[in-house]
Design a protein around this ligand. Structure first.
Ligand code: ASP
Length: 351
């Protein structure tokens, strides 16, 4: 491995956006910091020579203003996707270094923008800063570079804690544990075994011709995320849904896709749906999808035209709806794409 001085088709482009991995202490706690390329090279040079020599060459692109990802927005992910698209032919793979708080959102957004990938886009970060004791940063960087060089990977993935996850299926699961993320409805795409990358190819997104990038641009459409709680009041929901600028709603239902039998609440949802606001239901349970026909209370979803989000994560459902509403699609086309797996974001795994 060496730090390449210029782009080469066999090198990996490492894109640094911020996050704990690059943070330094301040009198107010950890803050995003720069000079990441130099610090990354210093950290990787501490690996044993055998492991270092296995890593691919890479080039670093650093954001001039790294951030704590708790402030990241869909516009940031549009900029990121555009950068990857622009440099796509110059590199064998990409590593995006991002804060963990919204990393799964970033990975989902990139997955819908960068459809038909023919090479890996690996999103990573760490629970501890690069220079702190027992940091997980170095092994996450090592694994991400190794995964980004795998030609069998043709999708946006999250690499964390030695695991390779489908990006649009990943969720931040642990606030501190080095495992960081899980993808409860899709098995691991790969993992590091004895510091070597192993890819489980049958679980990976298959080769499907040339890239079909659909980059987001302009202001993202307004999509909200509405999680039910017992006793939720129709008038509170109405205040949100009666907003004319609102275009879409991800409703996080109970279990298999159930809603409270509250006529006032259902009336508010039905009115929003009739006004053309696109509504998608997912479950509050992290494992498994919804099955709207299973209970009488779930039939309501169909009656008021709330689309099934199946087993999508809330992050994927929200990113997908935002992405599709931002394109000039007929209502029929939009519904069709929402209900179809575009990048492996929905549908149960059958080995
Ligand atoms: N707040 C940090 C961030 O998301 C957390 C982390 O990176 O682990 O940028």
């Amino acid at each position: 491995m060496s730090v390449a001085t210029r782009d080469s088709p066999s090198s990996i482009l490492v894109i640094y956006t911020g996050g704990t991995i690059g943070m330094r202490n301040s009198d107010r706690g950890l803050v995003a910091a720069g000079d990441f390329g130099t610090r990354m090279a210093a950290a990787l040079s501490a690996l044993p020579p055998g492991r270092r020599s296995e890593l691919p060459d890479y080039v670093v692109w650093e954001s001039p203003a790294p951030i704590d990802s708790s402030s990241a927005t869909p516009e940031d992910w549009a900029t990121l996707a555009a950068l990857i698209a622009e440099r796509y032919q110059d590199h064998a793979g990409f590593v995006v270094i991002h804060g963990t708080d919204t990393l799964a959102w970033c990975a989902s957004s990139l997955a819908f923008q960068l459809q038909g990938l023919t090479k890996p886009v690996i999103v990573t970060g760490s629970q501890k800063p690069l220079e702190s004791d027992d940091s997980d940063a170095i092994t996450n960087l090592e694994a991400s570079l190794a995964f980004a060089a795998q030609t069998a990977v043709r999708e946006v993935c999250v690499s964390f804690g030695g695991h390779l996850l489908r990006g649009c299926r990943a969720r931040k699961w642990y606030t501190q544990d080095a495992l960081g993320f899980e993808s409860p409805n899709w098995p691991l795409l790969g993992e590091m075994v004895d510091h070597c990358p192993i890819i489980y190819t049958p679980r990976c997104w298959p080769a499907r011709g040339a890239p079909r990038f659909e980059l987001d641009s302009g202001r993202p459409p307004v999509v909200i995320r509405l999680a039910l709680w017992p006793g939720i009041r129709a008038q509170d929901v109405a205040r949100w849904l009666e907003d004319d600028s609102l275009r879409g709603v991800v409703i996080e239902c109970w279990g298999s896709g159930n809603l409270p039998e509250d006529d006032a609440l259902l009336g508010v949802l039905a009115r929003a749906s009739a006004e053309g606001k696109v509504m998608v239901a997912v479950s509050q349970c992290p494992v498994g999808g919804i099955n709207p026909g299973a209970y009488a209370t779930g039939q309501t979803l169909k009656e008021i035209d709330i689309l099934s989000g199946d087993d999508m994560t809330p992050e994927a459902a929200h990113s997908k709806l935002t992405h599709l509403l931002g394109r000039d699609l007929s209502r029929e086309d939009l519904r069709h794409r929402l209900l179809t797996s575009l990048v492996g974001e929905r549908g149960f795994f059958t080995p």
